[in-house]
Design a protein. Structure first.
Length: 301
C-alpha cells in the first residue's frame, strides 16, 4: 500500500473520517480503491489515505494524490474555521487581555465571534469564505511537499497571518466592549442627574427634524422658553456641540415626567432616541405619527 496522505488531529475524528470516506467513494467509482486507516498515538489520531501500489501508473498516482490533497485542503480548512477558530479566539483573549474578569472575557469572546460570523469594519475581508480560502491555500501549498499534516502544529507554525487577523478581531471586540462599558457608565451618571433633578415641566414633546436638529415643545405645542436651552440652541447652530448632546442636556435640565418623541425621519435619529429612552427609563413614548411628525408641521409654532 502506498500512503497518499496522513492527517493528525486531537479529539473526535468521526466527522473527518466520514468526509474522507465520501471522497474516497467518489474515486472508487472511477476504479481507484483508496483505503483509510486510523492510528492512535497519545492524544493524536492519525487518519491515513492509502492506495494499492499495483493498481495504478505513476501518472494516475500523481492525479489521485492531487485530488486527495484538494479534498483534504478544503475539508481541513473548514474544520479549522468551524471548530478550532473559537479556541484560537479564546487563547488570544487569555494571552492579550488576561487582566479582564472571566465575565468580561466571555462578553469579549461573544463580541469577537459575532464579528467573525456577521462581519464588521475589521472583518469585511475576513468573512467565513475568505478565511476558509486563505487556510485552504496554505494547506494545499504545504501538501505539495509533505505527506503528513498535524492540524494543531500546522495552525501554530503555518497560519501566522490567520492567527494575527484573529487577534485583530479580538482587539476590535475589546474596543466594542470598552465603548459599551463607557456608554453604560455615561447612562448611569445621566440617570443619577435625572433622579435628583426636580421636574420643571410635567410633559414635553421632542421634535427631531431630519435626524440632525430638534425642538422641545410643551404639552400645548409651544416652544419651551428657558435661558439654558436658548444658550444650547445657539451653541448648536454654531456647531460648538452636536444636536444629540444638546437634546440630552436640554431634557436633563427640564427633567420632565413624560417625554413624547416625534420626528419625520426617526430612523436617522435612532441612536439619540435610544439614548433618550435609556436615560429617561420608563418616561419616554415614541410617537407613531401625528401632525408634529410631519415635515410641513414642524415650524408652525
Amino acid at each position: 500500500m502506498v500512503k497518499l496522505l496522513t492527517v493528525g488531529v486531537i479529539g473526535a475524528t468521526d466527522e473527518l473520517k466520514e468526509k474522507l470516506q465520501q471522497d474516497c467513494y467518489t474515486l472508487a467509482q472511477d476504479g481507484f480503491r483508496v483505503g483509510i486507516d486510523e492510528i492512535n498515538k497519545g492524544n493524536y489520531t492519525f487518519l491515513g489515505c492509502n492506495i494499492n501500489e499495483g493498481e495504478m501508473s505513476f501518472r494516475n498516482y500523481e492525479r489521485i494524490k492531487g485530488l486527495i490533497k484538494n479534498y483534504a485542503a478544503k475539508m481541513l480548512a473548514e474544520l479549522i474555521v468551524r471548530q478550532e477558530e473559537k479556541n484560537l479566539v479564546r487563547k488570544a483573549i487569555e494571552r492579550n487581555y488576561y487582566y479582564f474578569s472571566e465575565e468580561e472575557k466571555n462578553v469579549i469572546y461573544g463580541n469577537a465571534i459575532s464579528l467573525l460570523n456577521n462581519g464588521g469594519n475589521e472583518t469585511d475581508e475576513f468573512n467565513f469564505l475568505s478565511r476558509c480560502s486563505m487556510i485552504e491555500a496554505k494547506i494545499s501549498e504545504y501538501l505539495d511537499t509533505h505527506h503528513e499534516l498535524v492540524v494543531e502544529g500546522f495552525i501554530n507554525f503555518r497560519l501566522k497571518d490567520y492567527r494575527e487577523k484573529l487577534s485583530k478581531v479580538v482587539d476590535t471586540a475589546v474596543d466594542d466592549f470598552m465603548m459599551d462599558a463607557e456608554y453604560k457608565e455615561f447612562i448611569r451618571v445621566l440617570r443619577y442627574f435625572v433622579d435628583v433633578q426636580e421636574p420643571l415641566i410635567e410633559e414635553v414633546h421632542v421634535v427631531i427634524i431630519d435626524g440632525n436638529s430638534f425642538k422641545i415643545l410643551d404639552a400645548q405645542g409651544k416652544a419651551i422658553q428657558n435661558q439654558y436651552l436658548d444658550s444650547m440652541l445657539v451653541a448648536q447652530t454654531t456647531e460648538e456641540i452636536n444636536y444629540e448632546d444638546s437634546v440630552i442636556s436640554a431634557l436633563i435640565t427640564i427633567a420632565p415626567y413624560t417625554i413624547m418623541v416625534h420626528g419625520n425621519n426617526l430612523a436617522k435619529a435612532q441612536e439619540v432616541v435610544e439614548t433618550i429612552k435609556n436615560v429617561f427609563d420608563g418616561r419616554v413614548v415614541v410617537c407613531g405619527g401625528c401632525d408634529l411628525c410631519q415635515e410641513n408641521k414642524l415650524f408652525d409654532n
